[in-house]
Design a protein around this ligand. Structure first.
Ligand SMILES: [Zn+2]
Length: 485
């Protein structure tokens, strides 16, 4: 079996891994690498949409392979004298999509729509819901393409991509590979791990996963299944390979609840929009502390459109839509306004202790209308900043919280600060209540010991060498490398 790593090694995300056995070729995810894209782009400096995938190819953000991309996108390249790639019928037999995070699925948008995508029913629902609330741009054509891209948006035709939904533990075959999907837990619903049986090689692809939220009996069944299979190669995510602590969502619940119980004013919180586990935690706390949960259009829409597809959302009755004033509403926003209960802004302003409002970084200006009363709290239930830009945004966010004299910030003082008072502002930190969607190093060690793979290839991590601390047969590969196993 040949494995080619077009993304997702030596970095967090951007998984694009091609496996080939005989004439069978499958991509394991086809995601966007934020790490690579941020080398060239930032807000307001983006790939030029009118050129389709030209900028992505030039900057090696996607592999230069024939038989992969949409004909209408290749046609744009041909017209622009970029003749490296011709259009040919698909040379891959499918994409096994692990979950709906963009670093695993965004660039499926560029793929020939005839290439089938295999994923869980829940991930398909998540993507349908997200497609509705996201801007209609080329990178969001995961489920449906709008062709030809060279024409104006209003003159294009929509064509559905082939999405084949798969069931937990139900094997299916693609030419000479037999694939068993193993549904797993992550910070977005619908995540799948794939066990792939070839002629000589058994491969396990982890996708992104964590074990902390899986009930013990389900975890036991997973271990039993995997221990029986002789796993030759384990492509294993290691986002948090250096992390020793095991924390659970119930720790977030306890901590957040003990904070919110004591808040005499308004509670404002943020969380990652697609994280239903976190929504459930906050919604339960809101209910138990007698608060109504209020969500902005995008958060509300994601949940409502999932619910409309039959996905169970607990506590939906206790949520209200926050009707942000906008110059022009999108169609889906108008739809929400007519279908669902909207919070009375006057009531919200006057009875702040009855509400828990969700506002993220890009929605924080709403505090100007709400005017949080004394004793109000901002609860950050989202990941720590992990880049320089995020640190800067974090400081800006803290300024908003300070401006409204809300609680939720602490100052971290060190002995050095006393000498240098100027640095004081940068030491502000949010009191966070968050756990990651990724397995810790401690649990990885346990997991790998249980399933005993012959070879481990770390993916989705900046620290692949750390696997060697608890695992004997580790192969570290680089982006662009191909190996035979
Ligand atoms: Zn993920």
């Amino acid at each position: 079996m040949k494995i080619s790593f077009y993304g997702g090694v030596g970095e967090i995300g951007g998984n694009k891994i091609l496996i080939q056995e005989g004439s069978t070729r499958l991509f394991l995810d086809f995601g966007k690498s934020y790490h690579e894209a941020s080398k060239y782009f930032e807000e307001y400096l983006n790939p030029r949409s009118a050129h389709g995938i030209k900028d992505y190819l030039e900057l090696d953000l996607i592999p230069r392979l024939e038989g992969l991309y949409r004909k209408d996108l290749i046609d744009i390249l041909r017209k622009e004298e970029w003749k490296d790639l011709k259009y040919t019928a698909p040379f891959v037999d499918g994409v096994l999509l692990s979950h709906g995070h963009l670093d695993h699925c965004a660039y499926i948008s560029f793929l020939d729509e005839k290439i089938p995508v295999f994923t869980s029913e829940t991930t398909a629902k998540v993507l349908r819901s997200l497609t509705k609330i996201r801007p209609k741009v080329l990178e969001n054509e995961i489920l449906e393409v709008s062709v030809p891209h060279s024409k104006q948006a209003t003159r294009r035709k929509r064509r559905k991509r082939v999405i084949n939904t798969i069931s937990n533990s139900q094997p299916f075959t693609i030419k000479n590979l037999t694939i068993t999907p193993l549904f797993i837990d992550h910070s977005i619903p619908g995540a799948v791990m794939y066990f792939i049986k070839g002629k000589k090689i058994n491969l396990l692809y982890s996708g992104d996963f964590r074990l902390s939220e899986i009930p013990p009996e389900r975890l036991q069944r997973l271990y039993q299944f995997l221990a029986k299979k002789k796993i030759d190669v384990f492509l294993c995510e290691g986002t948090r390979v250096q992390e020793k602590k095991i924390v659970r969502e119930k720790d977030v619940y306890r901590r957040a609840k003990s904070i919110i119980e004591k808040v005499s004013g308004l509670v404002v919180a943020d969380y990652s929009l697609t994280d239903i586990t976190r929504f459930r935690t906050l919604a339960a706390i809101a209910r138990e502390t007698g608060r109504t949960m209020v969500l902005p259009f995008n958060y509300f829409g994601y949940l409502a459109f999932l619910k409309e597809q039959g996905y169970t959302i607990d506590d939906f009755k206790n949520i209200r839509l926050y009707p942000k004033k906008k110059a022009a509403l999108k169609r889906w926003e108008k739809e929400l306004l007519t279908k669902y209960p909207v919070v009375d802004k006057k009531d919200l302003k006057e009875h702040q202790k009855n509400f828990l409002v969700v506002l993220n970084f890009y929605q924080i200006q709403e505090l100007i209308d709400i005017q949080p009363q004394k004793g109000s709290y901002f609860l950050r239930a989202i990941t720590e900043p992990h880049s320089e830009e995020m640190e800067i945004s974090e400081g800006r966010f803290a300024n908003w919280i300070e401006h409204f004299q809300m609680l939720g910030l602490v100052e971290q003082k060190s002995s050095k600060d006393k000498k240098n008072e100027k640095d004081k502002k940068d030491k502000r930190k949010f009191i966070r209540t968050h756990i990651s969607g990724h397995i810790s190093g401690k649990e990885l060690e346990l997991f790998i010991n249980k399933i005993k793979p012959r070879l481990v290839i770390p993916i989705h991590t900046e620290h692949p060498e750390d696997f060697q601390k608890f695992c004997k047969n580790v192969l570290i590969v680089r982006r662009g490398e191909s190996i035979e196993v």
